[in-house]
Ligand binder design. Structure first.
Ligand code: ZN
Length: 340
């Protein structure tokens, strides 16, 4: 099933105008104000803005109340990406009774794959098919997964181990709306040497990045003093280019309070794209209380760290505590110990 036809939800025919430009041009409505807020918040995520453009252009096909527009915008903002935009559009068409088949098609992905808990399913019009082609559950374009026999629904955004590719036939062409890879394949955030409070904030950052359609994954997290000294020697007393100005104990990585997050390629490999949404990633990390290295004089865009009440350069002051009382001693002294 495609979105072809005269249903009013054709995805490419509509002019790319926003709600505030059209339905509510003259009026200062709650929805137009909300849309403006969202545009400001997503200013550094071009893909999310593009999805919003598509959604608001298509919403023009319907005469929606201010309240319905608000609901659509809120639903979109839960996970602002192209798949959610299709889902919201389909739900509105369903609610209004517009072309039920086309509306259903937008609510559920037409094709794609899902790997969750090590099992891979093929997607066929919202149904999850196992390796034998047997129906095993459903998936919707809002990222909700319901496996047969499971009481609790799952979510491709909050399940950091999920690999998901959602595809939708738009005007006869299969388009990928969402493409996420596992975010912490090696379980680096679950390392006992990583502070739990910090790890939770990084995980929340990854979840929000996934919701915004940004495929990211963990690179280095915890690094021992010895490993840090080894890196420091590189380009100084050892061959190679200089990679760090921090000796053992001078980096928050050495205390389980620093992490590097990078983007995933189409194949799921780590990458450092020049034109990636680094600024948006940094904003999300900062909203979780993390310090982002992208703002430093020599920017370190993948890097985030956590040291409430201390500065980025204060790590070296914890060497003695570390050598005497270990990581737990450092965290306790900082007031972010593992036990509340
Ligand atoms: Zn780092």
């Amino acid at each position: 099933m495609t979105t072809d036809g005269n249903s009013g939800i054709d995805s490419t025919g509509a002019d790319r105008v926003s709600l505030s430009d059209s339905l509510t041009r003259a009026a200062d409505t709650a929805a137009s104000r909300r849309e403006q807020e969202i545009r400001t918040e997503l200013a550094n995520n071009p893909q999310a803005l593009q999805a919003l453009d598509r959604l608001t252009a298509n919403l023009n096909c319907y005469a929606l109340t201010d309240e319905q527009q608000m609901q659509a915008l809120d639903d979109f903002m839960a996970a602002p990406n192209a798949a959610t935009a299709a889902h919201v559009e389909g739900r509105i068409a369903q609610d209004l009774g517009v072309d039920p088949a086309a509306a259903h098609s937008l609510v559920s992905p037409d094709a794609g794959t899902l790997t969750i808990d090590g099992r891979t399913y093929t997607i066929d019009n919202g149904a999850l098919l196992d390796a034998d082609g047997q129906r095993a559950g459903t998936i919707a374009n809002n990222g909700v997964v319901q496996l047969d026999g499971e009481e609790q629904a799952r979510n491709v955004y909050t399940d950091l181990g999920a690999r998901v590719q959602l595809r939708e036939a738009i005007n006869g062409e299969l388009t990928t709306l969402l493409d996420l890879h596992p975010a912490d394949r090696r379980g680096r955030l679950d390392d006992a040497n990583v502070n739990q409070d910090f790890a939770d904030r990084v995980k929340d950052t990854l979840v929000r990045a996934r919701q915004e359609g940004m495929a990211m994954q963990m690179d280095l997290v915890y690094r021992t003093f010895a490993h840090q000294d080894q890196l420091y020697a590189q380009g100084r007393t050892a061959p190679g280019a200089r990679v760090t100005n921090a000796r053992g104990g001078q980096s928050w990585h050495n205390y389980g309070l620093g992490a590097d997050v990078v983007f995933s390629t189409a194949n799921g490999q780590p990458s450092w794209p020049e034109n990636g949404n680094w600024t948006r990633y940094g904003e999300i990390a900062e909203s979780q209380g993390l310090t982002w290295g992208g703002r430093w004089r020599s920017p370190d865009r993948p890097h985030v760290e956590y040291h409430p009440g201390f500065g980025a350069g204060d790590a070296g002051g914890f060497v003695n505590t570390h050598n005497r009382d270990g990581l737990e001693g450092v965290w306790d002294r900082m007031g972010i110990g593992q036990q509340p």
